[in-house]
Ligand binder design. Sequence first.
Ligand code: FES
Length: 164
Amino acid sequence: MVNLGGFIVQLKVNGVSRQVASEWQNENLLDVLREHFGLVGSRYSCGIGQCGACVVHVDGAPLSSCLTPVGDVADKDILTIEGLDSPNGDLHPLQQAWMDEDVPQCGYCQSGQIMQALALLQTNPTPTDEDIDVAMSANICRCGTYERIRKAIKSAATVMQEVG
Ligand code: FES
């Protein structure tokens, strides 16, 4: 990669080292993921961090990628929906549960929903309905799939408990 400004941002995205050239450092992480790395699972929606469609994990914590300059996540581990399945292609229990429960309607919000659900299950492996509603409250679904999301999270929680 040509370093035009003498500065490169290093990232690790889904376990792969990536470099961001100096001229991109003030672009938001979402645009860099989508436009430069081709990882289009994370979606742009409200642009003000209030809908959850762009949620990715940064060093294990959920973050609105539409609000985050890529320079602010230098040297950090980024996990997107594309990095959730295992190297052999097996779906993550959350992805499988989303399919089993037929959660998506239009699908636009769902990658953000799954990444937020992952953050919940990493801190609370056996959430109640109320825990789920609180944890997922910043993720908006215009199609109203909330009941199926709740079911899928509980189903994935059970599988994740079983596999440890
Ligand atoms: Fe359509 Fe959530 S499935 S916005």
